[in-house]
Design a protein around this ligand. Sequence first.
Ligand code: ZN
Length: 343
Amino acid sequence: MAGYNDRMESAMSFATSLARGAGALLLGLLAHTLTLAAADVSQVPPPGIYRFRVGQLDVTALSDGTHPFPVDTVMVGASGPEIGDALEHDFLDRPPAGSINAFLINTGKRLILVDAGAGALYGDCCGQVVQQIRAAGYLPEQVDLVLLTHLHKDHVGGITSGGRAVFPNAVVRASKTDVDYWTSAAAKAKAPEFLSTFFDAAAASLAPYKAAGRLQPISGPGPIEDGVEVLASPGHTPGHLSFAFTSRGQTLVVVGDLVHVAALQLPHPEVTVTYDSDGAEARKTRVGLLQSAAERCYLVAAAHISFPGVGHVRKAGNAFEWVPLNYEAAPTRVKGATLEKSP
Ligand SMILES: [Zn+2]
């Protein structure tokens, strides 16, 4: 017969095993928590590359980051309620997250970067283009040519870091009009005060390339490379350019800052931004280029349409609609960081 002591021992051992069980459970929970902490999502960058093909071209959209886009202070020609309605219609917060996108085009012979993000100029939100180039399997040293749609900070800032060229083997090209304007002390003196740092940033970003003889301004529209054509698209800046890449009958037009807030400016292409050098000209360019992209079924790549910012445009009365590119997980022709020649 089990005595008191035995019963106590048994109860104690039950209690001990319960405690051990609870301890193990706690340890398990703790370990789980630690695992979650180790996998803190804020430490894990979200995917910032999106690869697709245009004919024989391998194109990678690169996310430089996103920032709260100040719709309440920079939109011109839309009332507060109109802005609110447009955002609500597209299920967006106010302010919405604004994408900054750049595009890397591997022609098989040349590696061409269009726009380079903000570098250090927008703070921690952005400046991830180089990281994305590496994630896509390339190295900044492999970039042969950097084409800049214009010389605002969020496009040119990424070409230079600490006064040194981020793309040491690349030639940098932007419109001569923009290069002349954004490096001119006279133009800076005449421009609105809020653009003053844009002049400084453009000059500083271009400096190492200029010093190395690798800044080659583009004097006008027309072909500049095999299958690459420059389109004048002025207004947002005096010399804003778009670049059309054509391969095997398909055309991708990289349009830079044709659109800042798609939810508002596609249904209302007349709406401009305070950053436009010439709002009326920017509006005319937006309508003209979107219309031609819609008519010709061009694929459009935009710097500030939600990442990857690649899609087709449809005309709907006086408005436009955005049709994002269909996702395709097919392997690309590019293997790792090796550039293959076009067949
Ligand atoms: Zn921009």
